[in-house]
Write a protein that binds this ligand. Structure first.
Ligand code: URA
Length: 434
């Protein structure tokens, strides 16, 4: 086989066979196929697409390029969750303990933040002593005994995806449906769970900006999952504003703890209840949506989810005092309010730009090697649909220095779009595809 022929075939709209796709991914992983040929292929796929058969073959070829996690030593049903990327998305911190308290185990591998998006691992490091570098056997034991674990990736999962994703990032080929589907699913399949719930974001801050594209991605993800004999559910959700109110590592942990104490009822909790309902249904822990939701709500009301979270922090070496007293989490020395220049109703909050405000304050990374300041970030006081009086605070900036706070305040004000008319907020949950 020759890579040039495969590129030409795809460029001209042809369909690649499973054998061709496997050969290409093996060759690329080993370094036999150079980046320049793979770039041309990624661009050909970007323009000509792939049918579901090809997408499935690409997913499996990338899955088989590296190690896989074997969760069979963990008793019961194991679930995993993934989001296509959001700002202020601390869902895993709330969802995992809720679901674990209801008897379904969660084995979650997470990453660090990059650019405007945050990473669960950075957020968790707000607990003094907390470690996400745990050996695979300790990870499995913890999932079995505590009910969930969140770790950084140790085994070499899907090296083909690692290479290809880095290449797509610099060749303007990230936003391709078959490339996104195979990239997300190969990693989720390698992580070994029985049930996979995917939060597919739709809107200005997401890969899929239109609802139609987001549902297309959701259908492709569930169809490839079905072919791989996994229960995959995709929930399409709105991303026209950050999720919840806090953006920034320790600030997001504080918000997640408030949710676990039952003191937060906004969009973050609605998303956790929706994703959790799907996990309990698919995992066989509940017979219908009503029962699943009641179980999850009870896990919050009874304190069982918060208790699970404390067990999890302790198991991973963290200081649990901060779970019950969030004032012990990292705190920024300077806080500044951001008064609105005019009144109106919030029409939109540019999520990506809010993520960049937090990054500029030091809460995110411009490059992989950067360290993050866990204490800084933004807490929004106004969300889409809210009325704003002139001079009323849109949010609070948490910063290291007065100058950084003032710069961030100006940036945050620009993230808000106000309308003179009342604004009706679009529903957070756009639909569930399974
Ligand atoms: N997330 C991934 O892991 N891969 C993609 O291609 C897009 C989002």
């Amino acid at each position: 086989m020759r890579m040039t022929d495969l590129i030409q075939k795809k460029r001209d709209g042809g369909v690649l066979s499973g054998e061709e796709i496997r050969w290409m991914i093996q060759g690329y992983t080993k370094g036999d196929i150079p980046d320049y040929q793979m770039s041309a292929m990624a661009m050909a796929i970007y323009f000509k697409g792939m049918d579901i058969e090809e997408t499935y073959a690409l997913t499996m070829a990338m899955l088989n390029s590296g190690d896989k996690i074997d969760l069979s030593a963990v008793s019961g049903v194991k679930a995993d969750k993934h989001s296509t990327g959001g700002v202020g998305d601390k869902t895993s911190l709330v969802l995992c303990p809720m679901v674990a308290a209801c008897g379904v185990k969660m084995a979650k591998l997470s990453g660090r933040g990059l650019g405007h998006t945050g990473g669960t691992i950075d957020k968790l490091e707000s607990f003094p002593g907390f470690s996400t570098s745990i050996a695979e056997d300790a990870f499995l034991r913890q999932v079995d005994q505590v009910g969930f674990a969140i770790a950084g990736q140790t085994a070499e999962l899907c090296p083909a995806d690692k290479k290809l994703y880095a290449l797509r990032d610099v060749t303007a080929t990230v936003a391709s449906m078959p490339l996104i589907v195979s990239s997300i699913l190969c990693k989720k399949l390698a992580a070994g769970a029985d049930v996979i719930v995917l939060d597919v974001k739709s809107g200005s801050g997401a890969f899929m900006q239109t609802e139609e594209d987001a549902f297309g991605l959701a259908r492709a993800l569930t169809e490839v999952g079905r072919r791989a004999e996994k229960k995959v559910v995709a929930v399409v959700t709105d991303m026209d504003e950050p999720l919840g109110n806090a953006v920034g590592n320790a600030l997001e942990v504080k918000e997640a703890l408030a949710a676990l104490r039952g003191e937060y009822k906004g969009d973050l909790m609605e998303l956790c209840l929706t994703l959790g309902t799907q996990i309990l249904r698919e995992g066989g822990a509940a017979d219908d949506d009503g029962q699943a939701r009641a179980m999850l709500e009870n896990a919050i009301a009874s304190g069982a989810a918060l208790e699970k979270f404390a067990q999890f922090v302790k198991a991973q070496g963290g200081d649990t005092a901060a779970v019950y007293d969030p004032s012990l989490l990292p705190q920024a020395p300077i806080t500044v309010e951001v008064p609105a220049r005019s009144g109106g109703h919030v029409k939109r909050i540019h999520a990506e730009s809010v993520g960049l405000v937090s990054m500029r304050l030091g809460g995110g990374r411009a490059a992989k090697e950067d360290t993050v300041d866990l204490a800084v970030g933004v807490v929004l006081h106004k969300k889409v649909g809210d009325a704003v009086e002139p001079g009323e605070s849109l949010g609070t900036i948490h910063a290291r220095t007065q100058q950084a706070a003032q710069e961030a305040a100006d940036m945050l004000r620009d993230c808000y779009e106000l309308s003179p008319q009342a604004v009706t907020r679009a529903p957070l949950i756009k639909g569930v595809v399974k």
